[in-house]
Design a protein. Structure first.
Lengths: 107, 107
């Protein structure tokens, strides 16, 4: 399993449209076979800062994600709204350990 | 729902014992009625950096967590192993939105 936290800092006045575009991308990503979670979070102390908590089954699933239309559309659309380049931090998960414990129940 | 990312930087040579103590705390926390997730992650680029992805149903559940024996024992045990004070970043979740989509299936 591959966990990545993607940190995004948007320009003032762009939070609403960034969130709308990112929720669209999150829902589509969750339907990819290799994606387990795609949580979209907004900082309570600084609402212009967002974090995506992305969990994929393996590195190949991350590569497949980058080739999807929804990801590429999101990336190009939000690019001019960012104050600084987005930053991804990669983590090894230690708990929980079963892939099914990382799944978002898709309703 | 309350999502907090807790960032921890441990002293060189203390990663193994920190992880052992933290996994014990994570398992116990998951059995609290107000806890939904308690993911334990280790940075791939810097293995002395850890992150806990903590999700509770509300602020009262966080307060109840701080009163548990397992939390207090963890806090006191790992305190001298940290290079810097731990830092918590609070987030508002935007996706997914149903509490059951945040639950770790407990096996």
């Amino acid at each position: 399993m591959q966990v990545t936290c993607v940190h995004i800092h948007v320009k003032p006045g762009f939070t609403e449209q960034f969130l709308e575009a990112s929720l669209r991308n999150a829902r589509a990503t969750l339907s990819e076979p290799g994606n387990l979670r795609f949580d979209v979070l907004q900082s309570r102390d600084d609402p212009e800062r967002f974090m995506f908590y992305e969990v994929f089954v393996d590195l190949e699933a991350i590569e497949a994600h980058k080739l999807t239309t929804h990801y590429q559309q999101w990336r190009d659309l939000v690019q001019p709204w960012m104050l600084t380049p987005r930053q991804g931090v990669k983590y090894e998960p230690h708990f929980p350990l079963e892939p099914e414990q990382w799944v978002t129940i898709d309703e």
